[in-house]
Design a protein around this ligand. Structure first.
Ligand SMILES: O=C(O)CCC(=O)C(=O)O
Length: 273
């Protein structure tokens, strides 16, 4: 009888099965201590040199998640596409252990879509309301994974990521995108139907990656500690999973694993935009 050869690059079969069942996966120590230290050092440089500090995501959810005083002070430090700003982050998003793990989950072909920094400053660092990342960069199907690269150890006190177990199986959901006065707000799910209380916390160590499907519902609590909580989100997709709206639409990404197959009538990328 023919024995099926494993085609997995980095993950075990149990890890792959866990991801497909629960919609998320904690992958310990994707990066070595030395790599993580270099990434953290260059991240701090990027924060000091390029990042924006702002009140963060908007919407009526803020007053459900925070009291008035905290809400006024709550901040988020953010920056997009870190791999464009320093070498350690270019190496990180193309790292064979990370890219190989993504190929195990959505391969054989994996394209980088975006990189986004989320730093929760001490004491009042921004909570995240329940949402799917699909609402920010809509794709036709679930062959899209967001990875949270951890630069700091996380736990509930500093706002570790939390998932609604198995929620990816429900597909994409319409989000609230307007304030009661009709102005636009950051997409989020109704606070009376989706609660952080129902989610599973996934604490992780610096150097770990926690990844999840674009349709997995998630959120996180405020950072109540005196220290920053630094996470970088990196999005990877099957290059044939078409984007229909949102962040970075129409922008081809680096192929970090496999090849970009040519579709019928598809032209090569132009040299100007
Ligand atoms: O940084 C966090 O705690 C949450 C991040 C998040 O919700 C996201 O990247 O979509």
């Amino acid at each position: 009888m023919a024995v099926l050869e494993s085609v997995l690059n980095v993950l075990s079969e149990d890890q792959v099965a866990f991801y497909h069942e629960h919609g998320y996966l904690h992958i310990p120590q994707v990066f070595t201590a030395e790599e993580t230290e270099q990434m953290a050092e260059e991240l701090d440089w990027q924060i000091a040199t390029w990042a924006n500090k702002s009140p963060g995501w908007s919407g009526p959810w803020r007053r459900v998640y925070m009291d008035e005083e905290t809400e006024k002070q709550s901040q988020l430090i953010a920056l997009h596409d870190l791999h464009r700003y320093s070498r350690a982050w270019c190496d990180a998003v193309t790292h064979p252990r990370l890219a190989g793990a993504m190929a195990d989950l959505i391969g054989p072909n994996v394209e980088l879509h975006h990189t986004t920094l989320h730093v929760k400053p001490p004491e009042t660092g921004h909570p995240f309301p329940m949402h799917q990342d699909w609402a920010f960069y809509k794709h036709v199907d679930g062959r899209y994974i967001d990875c949270l690269i951890h630069l700091d150890d996380t736990h509930d006190e500093n706002g570790c990521i939390r998932f609604l177990d198995g929620s990816h199986k429900g597909g994409s959901l319409e989000h609230i995108t307007q304030n009661p006065d009709g102005s636009r707000c950051t997409p989020h799910l109704p606070t009376d139907q989706y609660s952080l209380e129902d989610t599973i916390p996934v604490p992780a160590r610096a150097g770990d990656v926690v990844c999840f499907c674009i349709n997995t519902i998630h959120g996180s609590r405020i950072n109540q500690t005196p220290h920053m909580r630094r996470l970088v989100r990196v999005g990877y997709r099957d290059p044939e999973n078409e984007q229909t709206a949102g962040q970075s639409q129409g922008r081809p990404g680096l192929m970090v694993w496999g090849k970009r197959d040519r579709l019928p009538e598809q032209d090569p990328f132009p040299t100007t935009i």
